[in-house]
Design a protein around this ligand. Structure first.
Ligand code: GLU
Length: 557
């Protein structure tokens, strides 16, 4: 055995499987031409960023649109950042937004698919097998430098304005002999395994990023760490091995990784792998109120950066996905207008149409999209989804909704299912306020009357209406009857008529309706008053009219 062979055995005596074995174990996938294999590869840190969900959606769509495979791989090589149940949180996070995976982790410990394990901490022998092979070829070596030695080098490089890192003259153990390595290991010294980078300073690498286009950068010359002191891989190395063995065709990830792409391309090369296509997604942007400019949606500053925020507020998953698609591809909105009823999956998603600089994430726009989504749901669907949300997040509302299901559905039916449904609800959190005056338990009972007509005129209107209200009036007859009453009491039959000769009237029919509306609901703006009164029932309408008169006649104005 030569020195390199000896070195490989010295470092990895326990590794008996070779890369060739793994190549056989994880063969090329049998997929149709053009099928893309993508993945979502988060770390289980207990926090799912909206940007990550966005990346997962892009991965899912890219795979689905090409009849490919989308899988979930957990990157838990950084044990410091890990939290308990971190994997389940990610699995549940994807599920909550209906992003299905074809393969990968399905719970804290279980997975499905033939290319596993799908969690990096269970793949150590695989990584080591590939490193062993690199050592044999002289492309990797053990490095015994201490933290102190490394920081002295870093300071020197900073001072001399040189590229920081371990390379060339700084790579002290690049050519370490088998004998020396053996001595140091036997003496109990700790070491990492580094790449013996074949890169040269004067060379450049380039690749075609599916989002950003052609990218050219200096070749990697760093002897980057492949295996850490505990024998586990760095992100760089694990990514290369995993994406190769899991037969990933398209690596879709955050653009903070672009600067590392030369390292990754070099790793694919020394490992003898075909490099995947890369698609680097720019971070979601947000309008910065303070500066008037844009900045990254930040985990630290913006509560809406956390996916959990949307669950708590009760945005329907479909609406969030719909919104993410509108910011992923700028032509989505136009497509949606032309195809209001179509399934999202019918839209032809394209990586190349994604924003290079970062899509603008805007809650007001999400609210619009979500209102448009919710207004098209049936009362039954709204009831089911709102109750499901309330069960977890609003006990009082849940009790009201479930106490009388038929009544709650009638409330949700108001101005729904017609051509121009109302858009009052953006998220289930809004439901309490929306339905409040239908429930004594939710309503504060406040009555918000306008400034005119006078209180006495209001009382007159309500008293007369108590006599005239006929719950058997049809939707068509209801308003004409109210108009007749208004005219009898000295109000104009229409705002137009009133405006022409205001001195002749006390007001117009709209003012009269406004008084009834405020008396019955407490509010100046509500959905269709006729439907509201039908839903409340005549007894409740009368009770409320009487209460309003008492209020108006009282001193508490
Ligand atoms: N674990 C890496 C991250 O969360 C994954 C990057 C990638 O998708 O390759 O940033």
């Amino acid at each position: 055995m030569d020195d390199k062979q000896n070195m490989a055995e010295l470092l990895f005596p326990h590794i008996t499987k070779t890369p060739a074995d793994y190549e056989t174990e994880y063969p090329e996938r049998k997929l149709a031409d053009g099928a893309k294999v993508t993945r979502f590869a988060p770390s289980p840190t207990g926090f799912l960023h909206m940007g990550s969900l966005f990346a997962a959606l892009i991965g899912r769509r890219t795979a689905s649109d090409s009849d490919g495979v989308f899988y979930l791989r957990i990157e838990d090589t950084d044990k410091k950042r890990e939290v308990k149940n971190g994997v389940s949180q990610l699995v549940e996070g994807l599920k909550a937004f209906n992003i299905d995976i074809d393969e990968g982790m399905v719970s804290e410990t279980e997975s499905r698919g033939a290319y596993g394990p799908y969690i990096q901490s269970k793949r150590t022998p695989i990584y080591q097998s590939y490193v062993k092979e690199l050592v044999k070829k002289g492309l990797a070596y053990p490095c015994f430098m201490t933290e102190d030695e490394i920081s002295i080098i870093r300071e020197k490089q900073e001072h001399e304005k040189k590229l920081p890192g371990i390379y060339g003259e700084y790579a002290k153990y690049r050519n370490i002999s088998y004998g020396e390595a053996k001595r140091r290991i036997e003496a109990g010294e700790e070491y990492v395994v580094r790449l013996h980078s074949p890169g040269r300073e004067e060379n450049r690498v380039s690749f075609d990023d599916s989002i950003k286009g052609r990218i050219e950068m200096p070749e990697n010359i760093l002897d980057v760490v492949l295996l850490k002191k505990d024998g586990t891989p760095t992100y760089h190395f694990a990514h290369a091995v995993d994406d190769h063995l899991m037969r990933t065709t398209d690596v879709i990830r955050g653009d903070e990784w672009i600067s590392s792409a030369p390292i990754h391309l070099q790793l694919f090369e020394v490992l003898g792998f075909k490099a995947p296509r890369y698609a680097h997604i720019a971070p979601l942007q947000k309008e910065d109120g303070e500066t008037g400019g844009k900045r990254k949606l930040s985990k630290r500053k913006d509560p809406e950066a956390a996916v959990e925020y949307y669950k708590k507020a009760g945005y329907p998953a479909e609406a969030v996905i719909e919104y993410l698609l509108t910011i992923a591809n700028s032509n989505y909105e136009e497509w949606r207008l032309a195809n209001p009823e179509a399934e999202q999956s019918e839209f032809e998603f394209s990586l190349s149409k994604m924003s290079k600089a970062g899509a603008l994430f805007d809650l007001a726009k999400l609210n619009d999209v979500s209102k448009n989504y919710i207004c098209r749901l049936s009362a039954e669907e709204v009831y089911d989804l709102a109750a499901e949300w309330a069960k977890e997040y609003n006990e009082k509302l849940y009790a009201c909704l479930t106490d009388d299901e038929e009544y709650a559905k009638a409330v949700f039916s108001i101005e729904r299912g017609n051509e121009k449904p109302r858009k009052d609800i953006a998220k289930w959190e809004d439901v309490e306020n929306y339905v409040a005056y239908f429930y004594e338990e939710l309503w504060d009972g406040k009555l918000d009357f306008a400034d005119s007509p006078s209180r006495d005129d209001m009382i007159e209107i309500i008293e007369t209406y108590k006599e005239r209200y006929n719950e058997n009036d049809s939707a068509e007859d209801w308003f004409p009857h109210l108009r007749e009453m208004a005219v009898e009491l000295g109000y104009a039959k229409a705002p137009k008529v009133y405006k022409k000769n205001p001195e002749e009237y006390k007001g117009h029919v709209g003012d009269v309706a406004g008084v009834i509306r405020a008396a019955v609901t407490g509010r100046r703006n509500t959905p269709d008053l006729y439907e509201i009164m039908q839903t409340l029932g005549v007894d409740e309408v009368m009770r409320r009219l009487n209460r309003a008169v008492a209020y108006l006649a009282g001193d508490e104005k």
